[in-house]
Design a protein around this ligand. Sequence first.
Ligand code: C5P
Length: 310
Amino acid sequence: MGRICCAAPAKINLALHVIGRRADGYHELETLVAFTPYGDRVTVEAQPFGEQQPGGLRLTGPFAEGLNAESDNLVLRAEQALRSSVGGNPPAVAITLEKNLPIASGLGGGSADAAAALIALKAWWRLPETFDLSPVAATLGADVPMCVASRPLLASGVGERIRPLRDLPAHPVVLVNPGVALSTPAVFAALDRRDNPPIGLAGDAFPDVENLAALRNDLEPAAAALQPLIGEVLALLRAQEGCRLARMSGSGATSFALFDEPAQAEAARRAMIDSRPGWWCVATQLMPGEMTRRLCEHQASDTDQSGSQQ
Ligand code: C5P
């Protein structure tokens, strides 16, 4: 029987432009998104665990304590949504969520977890390859469809319209969160303006670093006003040798910095940890499209290959 283990890569908004607002209050966006091999991990196996867990969800990993395993957890909502959408009462499952990403941090962790659960359950329930997860994903949150795609892309609409992009280099990247959570609705509500210029990308190539630098995260000023530590994180990242671009991701409070060489990213990570030991800081890389095919793996039940993080 075994189990199915699916990576839930961190999502990084390399640029995010807020270009309008819909009648339902959601914001029209254009965002350039990439993913990292570093992230959470969702494992699906047959019920029950040795001991029964509430709601069929077990939480592990360094950020497990910030979550609960109640039915409003996005992973369980994903399981329920896919179960209803396929019908026929597919077998009960036990799900384990290894939470390595900080909660409410602008890295799309909850959305990535929901997407990984959908991908793992599609495989576990042997749904046809052609079964499209996007409609179910869209009911779970604006970022869930892009996390199902988990590849370099441009998302528009409220985030649900996805255009795959090519030519993103595997840039080394450092992610830093100063240990504060930010509420996404609060950041959107604090925006000064909602009619900023679009990214306006022509073609299907991912912009290079120089062109990315000319773009923005329109949520950054609002988030930094709510949480001034974000300004401090960005200033420290920009002072690191080899930093090509530092910017906040999503609605914060995590920021990223792009480098050319892995050694520069690792040196920056060490320097950040030395100067701010309480901050969460990892060095990883952006995933070019082709790496994302390795997202999901079948494991035999008596082995534990629970996966190393890069
Ligand atoms: O869709 P999701 O639950 O991830 O969004 C969380 C909140 O973020 C929404 O309730 C909304 O306040 C805000 N949001 C928005 N415009 C978007 C995406 C999210 O206003 N495009």
